[in-house]
Design a protein around this ligand. Structure first.
Ligand code: GLU
Length: 374
């Protein structure tokens, strides 16, 4: 099975594990290593790719600074550690990227921000805007407010959710292992690294074991969970050893790592999700011209809308019907039902005047729409 070409990816999420970033003896970030990694990231950024970082290390850094015990921490201790560590972490990322002329933007998310539709949309918009402005989002879980019942706890799965949220086509997990082995290598000396995993099957899951090192919450199990999330969302994923100077260049050059392949793309995965799994909250009727434009791959503009039914909110899934009442597709609306009603048939230029705020030009963006027969 062939490995994908690293340079072909347009939007890359790179997850950096705590054990790579933090030197526990000196209670600080391994700055030289990070500066090398930043150079690697900036190279992808200069080539035109969008780059997002999911950085662990807040708890590991804070616990060293505060002199907290090793081993698992009680929730309030890990919250305190994260509060201390996150400041330093964000500053160092801003510095190492800034030294190379790239702006960093910190985003701290909770489980609810990625799982609750409305908040998900806001987080997604913020990411999209930062990327359009060519900044590098540096993301972590908001560990200071995350409670034990509702949190990721590991940044592997968080990074995979960020990858789907940002419609990334590649997720790179950098840690202190160079890939998935046929069995946990610490337990089985004959274990071999796998180059390419075409699909995450039960056999693949069984290879993961349960191991996690002292500083990372993850281990192979959460990485396989991440692979499932990312590949279902249309992103390839790669696990590689981050302890070398330029880990991304090494992946690009065919170095040791494990690729998990997706058979989809972020856009088709999203369309499938829209077509299949959502309860529509309303209906938007469109005229013949709009129906034709949608068929040709265009977004739905208010000018082509002839009617609206239901009391949906921005971000909800609605059914699109043609003049004869036939369903032609489904999509996620960018305005609440009341606002759509106020801009029916009008030009996108008039939206601000009619609603009193400047929203998107389209009522449904073409990437958020699944047409029947797509
Ligand atoms: N969010 C945690 C931190 O920044 C890391 C979780 C993990 O190690 O995956 O310390």
């Amino acid at each position: 099975m062939k490995r994908p070409i690293f340079e072909s990816f347009r939007r890359i999420v790179v997850k950096v594990g705590s054990s790579l970033l933090v030197d526990p003896r000196e209670a600080k970030v391994k700055r030289d290593w990070l500066a090398h990694l930043a150079a690697d990231l900036v190279e992808a950024h200069r080539r035109g790719a969008d780059v997002l970082v999911v950085s662990s290390g807040a708890v590991a850094l804070g616990r060293s600074v505060l002199g907290l015990q090793s081993g698992p921490l009680p929730l309030e201790d890990s919250q305190a550690a994260a509060a201390v560590g996150q400041i330093a972490l964000a500053r160092i990322w801003a510095e190492v990227l800034g030294d190379l002329g790239v702006t960093a933007g910190q985003i701290l998310v909770t489980f609810g921000d990625t799982e609750e539709r409305r908040r998900y949309l806001y987080a997604r918009e913020c990411l999209t805007r930062l990327l359009a402005l060519r900044a590098v989002p540096v993301i972590n879980e908001n560990d200071t407010v995350a409670t034990s019942e509702i949190r990721y706890g590991d940044n592997d799965r968080l990074a995979a959710r960020v990858a789907t949220m940002a419609s990334a086509d590649l997720l790179v997990l950098l840690s202190d292992v160079d890939g998935l082995y046929t069995a946990p290598p610490a337990e089985d000396k004959t274990a071999k690294r796998i180059d390419v995993v075409p699909r995450v099957t039960a056999d693949v899951e069984a290879m993961a074991g349960g191991a996690a090192s002292q500083y990372s919450r993850g281990g192979m199990r959460t990485k396989i969970e991440a692979a499932k999330i990312a590949t279902t969302g249309g992103a390839h994923m790669v696990i590689a050893d981050g302890r070398v100077a330029s880990p991304l260049a090494r992946i690009a050059g065919g170095g040791p790592c494990t690729w998990f392949l997706t058979s989809s793309t972020p856009v088709t995965a999203r369309k499938k999700w829209i077509a299949g799994s959502l309860e529509p909250k309303g209906v938007i009727h469109v005229d013949d011209g709009a129906a034709r434009a949608l068929g040709a791959g265009k977004s739905l503009l208010p000018a082509g809308v002839t009617g609206v039914e239901g009391s949906f909110a921005r971000g909800d899934c609605i059914v699109i019907r043609n003049r004869k009442g036939g369903e032609i597709g489904r999509g996620l609306v960018t305005y609440d039902a009341l606002d759509v009603a106020r801009i029916i048939g009008r030009s996108s230029r008039d939206i601000e005047g009619l609603l009193g705020f400047k929203g998107p030009d389209e009522v449904i963006h073409r990437d958020d729409m699944a047409l029947n027969g797509d």
